[in-house]
Write a new protein. Sequence first.
Length: 438
Amino acid sequence: MTAGMPSVRDAFLHRLQELGERAEAGADDLALVLVDLSNLRHINHQHAFSIGDALLEELETQLFAMATRDRTVFRISSHTYAVIMPQVAQLALLPVVIGRMRSLLEKALEMDADLMPARLLFGVGVNRGGSQSALLTLTAAEAHLAALRSGSYGDLDDFLVSDVDEETQLNQLLQPFATALQNNEFALFYQAKVDAHSGQLVGAEALFRWPDPKRGFISPELSIQVAETSNRIFELTKWVVHTAARQHQEWFEAGIVVPLSVNIPPSILTRPDLSAMLEGALHIWNMPEAQLTLEITEQGLIHDPKKATKAMKLLRDKGFKISIDDFGTGYSSLSYFHDIPATELKIDRSFVIRLAHSVKDQGIVKTIRELAGIFDMQVVAEGVEDMVTLNLLRDLGCDVIQGFGVSRPMPAAEFVDWLGSWDKLESFEEAFPQPSKV
């Protein structure tokens, strides 16, 4: 794995924001290209990790050679690179530039005929005039990349960030969101949670996705913002719970038992009808309460901790499991933490991705583990992508892991296929990418 990779995403976002501000000052357009070696895991499994490592090394070499400015190429995940193009003279020619980049890279990554060829995907986001935030530009590029991964191909222009401000973009999505909700056009993807030591599946998180036919996948963050703005966040949560419960029942009837977790937005946590909605959904789909974990962000507890704690106790008494999501980011007070009726703490991925190179983050994770032990909570680590991090989490006493090293979020049918392959593995070492030389 690239030296220092766990902290690269933060450095990348800082650099993207910096170059975006420079673009705004000069009224320039900025492009972000995510270059993804999408079949790396298949190459590693079919051939050898050394082949995958060599491909990554060559890909990184070529991308740095193409860079026209310092600190514009970042490896932001195990097989995805971010390339910042600070000044795009003509946006209309961007597809041509991307096509040229693809040709050069595919030629450089050619291997023997009997080896699986590398498959590259290019997710693109554009920041016109530097008017967008780094996060919004990244969101657009990730949405494009997600659409390509799912097979929802479209013209590049359909996925570029438009030249309107964020408020206008939000308003433009209000009606499409309402239509999608009414017509059941949303989707749930599932990401596995496995025991940190045995690798046994212990559950999956149901993650909301909005595949808009014109815009590709809308980022979950933006989707939630649209739902909140339009006062439909309760309706959306109801849709998520019903869809997850129905999927749980379908899997159960097929002999597959997968406990699920869903996210409960802080804005509806204290609604008096939340409990009835949850119980009603589970009753309809014959799903036991103990099979559903409700994930509530730590940030959601801060505004009114007493009211939030009371609401969570009610849900816990009904038989639901409670998980505190993104733990460590909300600056919660220990004065009320001991009253929180949670069964699980999820360590925020920002601590996990830096773990191998940060003694401070190791100390934070150790402290969270000790705190959870006092209150008899299990600890889940998000964002696990490699064996080095996994081994550290094991040593620190983490119970469950979740992240791209285990599985990406995927549709239900793909999740079942993944589970069949995962159960055949003899060890974690067969699943996780091995450290590379790049």
